[in-house]
Design a protein around this ligand. Sequence first.
Ligand SMILES: NC(=O)c1ccc[n+]([C@@H]2O[C@H](COP(=O)([O-])OP(=O)(O)OC[C@H]3O[C@@H](n4cnc5c(N)ncnc54)[C@H](O)[C@@H]3O)[C@@H](O)[C@H]2O)c1
Ligand SMILES: O=C(O)C(=O)C[C@@H](O)[C@H](O)[C@H](O)COP(=O)(O)O
Ligand SMILES: [Zn+2]
Length: 368
Amino acid sequence: MSQASLPFEDVRIELGERSYTVRVGAQLLDDPQTWQGLPRAKSAVIVTNTTVGPLYAQRLVDQLQAHYAAVHVVTLPDGEAHKDWQTLQLIFDALLREECDRKTVLFALGGGVIGDMTGFAAACYMRGVPFVQVPTTLLAQVDSSVGGKTAVNHPLGKNMIGSFYQPERVVCDLSLLASLPQREVAAGLAEVIKYGPIFDTSFLSWLDAHMEDLVARDLAALRHAVVRSCQIKAEVVGQDERESGLRAILNFGHTFGHAIEAGMGYGVWLHGEAVGCGMVMAAELSRALGILEASDVNRMRALIQRAGLPVVGPAWPAQDYLRHMRVDKKAENGAIRFVVLEGLGKAVMRAADDETVSQVLARTCAPL
Ligand SMILES: NC(=O)c1ccc[n+]([C@@H]2O[C@H](COP(=O)([O-])OP(=O)(O)OC[C@H]3O[C@@H](n4cnc5c(N)ncnc54)[C@H](O)[C@@H]3O)[C@@H](O)[C@H]2O)c1
Ligand SMILES: O=C(O)C(=O)C[C@@H](O)[C@H](O)[C@H](O)COP(=O)(O)O
Ligand SMILES: [Zn+2]
């Protein structure tokens, strides 16, 4: 399908007065219609990084100049290793230097790292200014730009300092994914795959049938994957915005995955790679707990592999994994709580003893 003939679709995130729309389509960035009805203000600030800025920032500036008297661009260093306090401070430095007020609108132009940090800066600056998500990675379009989790990392744990803060709108321009390295496409597919086993077995079957189309970035397939992912996330977040219960299912694969990211050093494994491998581990744990069939674990492992993701974890002693996982945000009274599968399509929370987890790690990690 040509880009011009691909109509956009809107997904609504229903959160009362914090509701907003996710628009998914091709060639949205240069379309003035995309930017109608933005919050009014004297100035806008685009937060981006050294990779995405040179590719797309001027095109966004050109659109926003029709709406704001001043449009500034803040360019951060690229990479998960920079998702920290020091880099966050660069955003505040620029906002104050440009005399931004509490109506100034921030635009996050980049992947999940830029989105999470811009959202957190927006939540904090003058105790809250509006922000818009313009996600430029597949991962950010299907997951991180939606739902209002914002954060920076701590050396001892992923996303440990942050807030819940919803954007004004999300603009997912599929055309921007053309410049994404293939490794980043695979990373995004990890979060797409996640929605099948936790929520929607029909979507899982669709992914089984269309994985090669997604890897090849077929636009119609990508649009369906982004729209369905955002619909599922909208359904979950709409019921449990601040993760008091249901929302934890979106963390499937993340307890193991975050341990890999922090343990390897942020950026060595991409977030999506760690989640892909973490989902294999969580599926194996589900089997060890007697609530998932071996054939379902194998089906998931095969799909994750077809996306181009790793399915074997780093060769660490189980104690190293357990140490990282004890600081997981879902832990309660020192006990790690895992998202596991009670059959495909239904995710539940379960504690597991260290011995069972160690056996699962022995089966799913490279030999020591
Ligand atoms: N808030 C949430 O709900 C949520 C959900 C999932 C992930 N996350 C977070 O998102 C982060 C991962 O996001 P990510 O995978 O987008 O990584 P990322 O933001 O680091 O982007 C990946 C790489 O692609 C580059 N890039 C981005 N867009 C590009 C484009 N169009 N063309 C070429 N290069 C491009 C970036 O500069 C970067 O080098 C992690 O920090 C993770 O914790 C948050
Ligand atoms: O939106 C959510 O809720 C998620 O858990 C989505 C995850 O993909 C994402 O990586 C999130 O940032 C992890 O959240 P955390 O609370 O474990 O840091
Ligand atoms: Zn994630």
